[in-house]
Design a protein around this ligand. Structure first.
Ligand SMILES: [Zn+2]
Length: 173
């Protein structure tokens, strides 16, 4: 038991929260999830296999909980920022497909030509590709995007993040 009682960051968002109808609502911290369960407002659907140590007991950490009542799902908007574009693009250059440590943001239609900073005009690009493309469109530069950039939906977002095994099955692709 000692071994499984690892130090956990209980404020990390780690627990999938389902609506009463088993619809994925969002992700809660361990602290929030456990308190919802303890307050009788949610039930544990899947355990994570990890334990939270309290002075007198080991408390199993849920991987998935289900709320007792239906709540209206909040539409979750992913913020348009650099690191989220990289995350959406799986941390690989959208031109050569290689993962890069020092990714850059590329405006597909260059900023100098009026290209906006929007989800569908920003992609992750490695430095060599960004340099090669310069102030040209992909067509002009003879470069092809791996896929068309889009605003990520919440479901897509959860697919990109590492979804724990216990969560799969609650998302339709
Ligand atoms: Zn590249």
């Amino acid at each position: 038991m000692e071994e499984v009682a690892r130090r956990l960051n209980i404020d990390a968002p780690r627990v999938l929260v389902l609506n009463a109808g088993y619809q994925a609502l969002g992700i809660a911290s361990i602290r929030r999830a456990v308190s919802l369960v303890m307050a009788g407002m949610a039930e544990v659907v899947e355990d994570s296999g990890e334990f939270l140590r309290t002075p007198n007991a080991l408390y199993p950490v849920p991987a998935v909980i289900r709320l007792g009542k239906m709540v209206r799902p909040r539409v979750h908007k992913v913020r348009l920022e650099r690191r989220n574009v990289f995350k959406r693009d799986g941390y690989v250059c959208q031109y050569c497909g290689r993962p890069a440590r020092d990714l850059t943001l590329d405006h597909v239609l260059p900023r100098s030509r009026g290209g906006p900073s929007t989800w569908d005009n920003l992609v992750a690009a490695c430095r060599p590709c960004n340099h090669k493309k310069a102030d040209r469109t992909p067509e002009e530069a003879g470069m092809k995007l791996l896929r068309e950039p889009r605003r990520p939906t919440q479901a897509l977002w959860l697919n990109i993040l590492e979804v724990p095994r216990e969560w799969r099955g609650y998302f339709r692709s």
